[in-house]
Design a protein around this ligand. Structure first.
Ligand code: SF4
Ligand code: SF4
Length: 175
């Protein structure tokens, strides 16, 4: 038996009832939206923006220590764990012997990122987090290579997001 049922009634041969029926439904929705804007499903983007959950995993943030320097120790765990292979890190020795390596280059190719959150999960020192930002417009490909300046110090972060892993506490715990 065919799953497609053809309407062969006499009324279906006339277009006008169908058009009027369609217009009635559209008109009903229009009036409902005009008089009950709170229940309107669509948003007037970009004037109105959707509020995502605080757990939303958006653009990356490199956290900073109390002195404003990067928390990242360039251990490469995030880059190794990244399924899209979009994190590039270049490590260097720090002049302060109490500080391990640090990244002189930390870059995320955001166009390859799949926003899986594995980098955040892999990081042992809360150095990389995924924040609430999800709008990433740019006018050329180069703007989608996020470097340290953007990841840690972009204006939206207002001076940088403080890490929860303190150096003194870490050393006391032997890590
Ligand atoms: S969110 Fe996933 S794909 Fe994106 S940088 Fe992190 S690990 Fe890689
Ligand atoms: S962000 Fe975390 S996991 Fe990635 S290199 Fe830095 S310290 Fe290691």
């Amino acid at each position: 038996m065919s799953l497609v049922q053809k309407n062969t009634s006499e009324a279906s041969k006339w277009y006008l009832p169908g058009i009027l029926g369609g217009l009635t439904i559209t008109g009903k929705h229009m009036l409902k939206n005009l008089f009950n804007r709170k229940q309107m499903i669509t948003l007037n983007y970009p004037e109105e923006k959707y509020e995502y959950s605080p757990r939303f995993k958006g653009n990356h943030v490199l956290t900073v220590k109390k002195d404003g320097s990067l928390r990242c120790t360039a251990c490469m765990l995030c880059a190794t764990n990244c399924p899209a292979e979009c994190i590039t890190i270049l490590a260097a020795e720090h002049e302060d012997p109490t500080v391990e390596k640090y990244p002189i280059k930390y870059e995320i190719d955001i166009l390859r990122c799949v926003f899986c959150g594995f980098c955040e999960e892999a990081c042992p020192v809360d150095a990389v987090r995924m924040g609430p930002e999800w709008q990433t417009p740019a006018i050329n490909g180069g703007n989608f290579q996020y470097g340290i300046e953007y990841l840690a110090y972009r204006p939206q972060l207002k001076g940088g997001i403080l890490t929860v892993v303190d150096d003194e506490e870490r050393h006391k715990s032997g890590i």
